[in-house]
Design a protein around this ligand. Structure first.
Ligand code: 7TS
Length: 410
């Protein structure tokens, strides 16, 4: 699809078989895309193709099947490199997801570079997976975790960020787009300041990679982690981009097969990049199908996705504003397709249950961002999160459920 072609969500929907079913007697509406996205047929077929035609272990067989599987796996690496504009495939590490990517940086870079008194700076809107690995690192190194505050509309306090940076700061960890507030953070400007202070920056891209174009060289981030399953690809797959200059100095995260060049009982020599960080048999079919997912997304075009989802978010906000009982959590001027809300005196889990009875899937709870809940003094939220196949009709269905919720609890 080029920029002149009209975005056709109805046509895109047809590529997603799971969307064509009834739930509780109503046609399914899927609005839980921030938790995970559905998979297009091209991804599902790529997984079957692997098992039907060339299931085999990679990087170790001279036989045909192994060579074919290895070529497909490495082709995905090149697809990812191109997708995020990394300089080299040496900088693309395949892992289980965002969580594992951040844990790799904390364990490998963190343990070998941080000491007592050093500081790690994260924001108040981080997902638990960009909080806990740093706390674990602080426990073993004596480093200190510092938190950049956020404003009442869910924006990062950029002045506070500048003030918190110092020669003690060694790592800045920041979410590119918040899963709860939708806030898009100014990663490029943050990277510049982090580098000026002598720190590295690790970006949690779990909620950005599927919504807008990411260029790791332009952002000048040191690490960028994302999950395949939120990018219309398989679960159990993910990517950690890391600058070669850093990865080459870092020790392995795990030891085992594939990550070595030679092993004796006296000494092991590690494999070259990126294999040094890919111990053991990976999710081969998942990584191969992740390549298909990225090609699918590229076929629609991230700029098209970005503008369509912006438009659909505006429609969502407008529809929901018809109910004064709804309180939106997160209204930063720059935000993506995430609408988290609370309604006084109605628990989000009750809201979620009524949505489900009406065939509309949304997420409720603390969304693995308990500090955000505390910041806004709420126990939990209900969240509508948009994907490429959602339509205005989906939003109308969600708004109709809100009406029902208000009637039930009147
Ligand atoms: N970072 C952010 C910003 C996330 O939203 C999530 C998952 C993760 C990291 C972890 O990703 P994983 O693939 O490694 O598990 N977020 C959500 C969510 O919002 N609802 O369910 C999972």
């Amino acid at each position: 699809m080029n920029n002149k072609t009209k975005y056709d969500a109805i046509k895109i929907r047809e590529d997603f078989p799971v969307l064509f079913q009834e739930v509780n007697g109503k046609p399914l509406v899927y609005l839980d895309n921030a938790a995970t996205t559905q998979k297009p047929l091209s991804v599902i077929r790529k997984i079957s193709e692997y098992y039907e035609k060339y299931n085999s272990n990679i990087h170790r067989g001279v036989h045909f099947l192994s060579q074919k599987a290895t070529a497909e796996y490495e082709n995905s690496r090149e697809i990812v490199r191109r997708f995020i504009n990394a300089k080299s495939t040496k900088e693309i590490i395949f892992l289980r997801g965002t969580t594992e990517g951040i844990n790799l940086v904390a364990n490998s870079f963190g343990k070998s570079n941080l000491k007592a008194g050093d500081e790690i700076l994260i924001s108040h809107m981080e997902h638990h997976s960009n909080i806990v690995p740093w706390q674990l690192l602080c426990e073993v190194t004596g480093a200190v975790l510092k938190v950049i505050p956020i404003s009442d509309n869910g924006e990062l306090d950029f002045d506070a960020y500048k003030n918190l940076l110092s020669e003690r700061t060694k790592i800045v960890g920041i979410v590119h787009q918040s899963n709860t507030l939708g806030t898009e953070n100014p990663v490029k400007a943050m990277a510049k300041l982090a580098h000026d202070a002598g720190a590295i920056i690790v970006v949690d891209g779990a909620q950005s990679i599927q919504h807008f174009a990411v260029d790791v060289q332009d952002l000048d981030c040191d690490f960028y982690a994302f999950s395949g399953h939120k990018l219309y690809g398989p679960t159990g797959t993910g990517v950690l981009f890391g600058k070669e200059s850093l990865l080459s100095t870092m020790p392995p995260f795990q030891g085992g097969g594939d990550m070595i060049a030679s092993v004796t009982f006296e000494k092991t020599i590690y494999n070259s990049l990126p294999y040094k960080f890919e111990a053991g048999t990976p999710n081969i079919e998942g990584v191969i199908a992740l390549g298909a997912a990225i090609e699918y997304i590229e076929g629609i075009g991230l700029d098209n996705i970005y503008s369509y989802e912006k438009e659909l978010y505006s429609y969502t906000a407008e529809k929901m504003s018809e109910y004064p009982e709804i309180k939106l959590i997160g209204s930063a001027p720059k935000k993506g397709g995430v609408f988290s809300f609370v309604i006084d005196n109605i628990h989000p889990h009750d809201i979620g249950t009524i949505f489900d009875l009406e065939g509309v899937a949304i997420r409720t709870g603390h969304l693995c961002t308990q500090p955000v809940m505390k910041r806004f003094n709420i126990p939990a939220v209900s969240r509508v999160s948009l994907g490429i196949y959602n339509t205005k009709e989906d939003i109308d269905r969600a708004a109709a459920v809100v009406k029902k919720v208000l009637e039930v609890f009147a």
